[in-house]
Ligand binder design. Structure first.
Ligand code: GAR
Length: 203
C-alpha cells in the first residue's frame, strides 16, 4: 500500500480526480494527506469530507523560501509518502526540497511542455497562435516546469477561444492524465532512470 501526499493551493480539482479514481479503481494506495500552503484552499474541504487528513503550512508566514520548504518537508515526511503529487500547488520549490523527493514527486502543468512554462499558460498559447494546446504530467526537477514528461494530453485551440474556454477544455484532460500517471506510479509501473521516464505497460 503506497502513501500519496497531495499538495494543493486552491480549488483542488486534480486532487479530487485522483481521489475519485483511487476509490473507484481500488489502487494499492491511500491518500495519506492533502497539504495546502493556503488555509482557504477549497480543495481542503473535499479532502476532509473524504476522511483524508489535511494540513496547512501557510507560506506567507515564512520569511524565506528555504524556511517554508523545510517546514513543508517536515509535515510531508510525517506522512511517510512514497509519492508526492503537486496538484495546482502554486509555489516554486527550492532545489534541496526537490532533490529530497527525487523520483517520487510529480506535477501537472497546463501546457504542452516545454511550451509555455510559468503562469497564464492558456493566454500564452492564444498569444502564440498555436492550433494545439494541452497539459503535461512530469517528474519535478529543480528547474520550474521542466523535468521528464510522463504523459501529455492535447486539445484543439478553436476559433474564438478565450483563455477561460481553453482552460476548461484542458482541465477535462488533466483529470484523465493525472490519475493515470499516479496509478502507474503506485502500481510500480512508472519510474525514472538516468533522467528518462520508464513506463512498464500491462501485457
Ligand atoms: C490546474 O490547471 C493545474 O494544471 C495548474 O493549476 C490548476 C489547478 O487546478 N497548475 C499549474 O499551473 C502549475 N504550474 P486544480 O486546483 O483545480 O487542480
Amino acid at each position: 500500500m503506497k502513501n500519496i501526499v497531495i499538495l494543493i493551493s486552491g480549488r483542488g480539482s486534480n486532487m479530487e480526480a485522483i481521489v475519485r479514481a483511487l476509490e473507484a479503481e481500488k489502487w494499492p494506495a491511500r491518500i495519506a494527506a492533502v497539504i495546502s500552503n493556503k488555509a482557504d484552499a477549497k480543495g481542503l474541504l473535499f479532502a476532509q469530507e473524504h476522511g483524508i487528513p489535511t494540513a496547512v503550512v501557510p507560506s506567507k508566514q515564512f520569511a524565506s523560501r528555504d524556511e517554508f520548504d523545510a517546514a513543508l518537508r517536515e509535515v510531508i515526511d510525517s506522512f511517510a509518502p512514497n509519492l508526492v503529487v503537486l496538484a495546482g500547488f502554486m509555489r516554486i520549490l527550492t532545489a534541496p526540497f526537490v532533490e529530497h523527493y527525487a523520483g517520487r514527486i510529480l506535477n501537472i502543468h497546463p501546457s504542452l511542455l516545454p511550451l509555455f512554462p510559468g503562469l497564464a499558460t492558456h493566454q500564452q498559447a492564444l498569444d502564440a497562435g498555436v492550433v494545439e494546446h494541452g497539459a503535461s504530467v512530469h517528474f519535478v526537477t529543480a528547474q520550474l516546469d521542466h523535468g521528464p514528461i510522463v504523459v501529455q494530453a492535447t486539445v484543439p485551440v478553436l476559433p474564438g477561444d478565450t483563455a477561460e474556454m481553453l482552460s476548461e477544455r484542458v482541465l477535462v484532460e488533466e483529470h484523465k492524465i493525472y490519475p493515470l500517471a499516479v496509478r502507474l506510479f503506485v502500481e510500480d509501473r512508472l519510474s525514472i532512470k538516468d533522467d528518462e521516464v520508464v513506463i512498464v505497460h500491462a501485457v
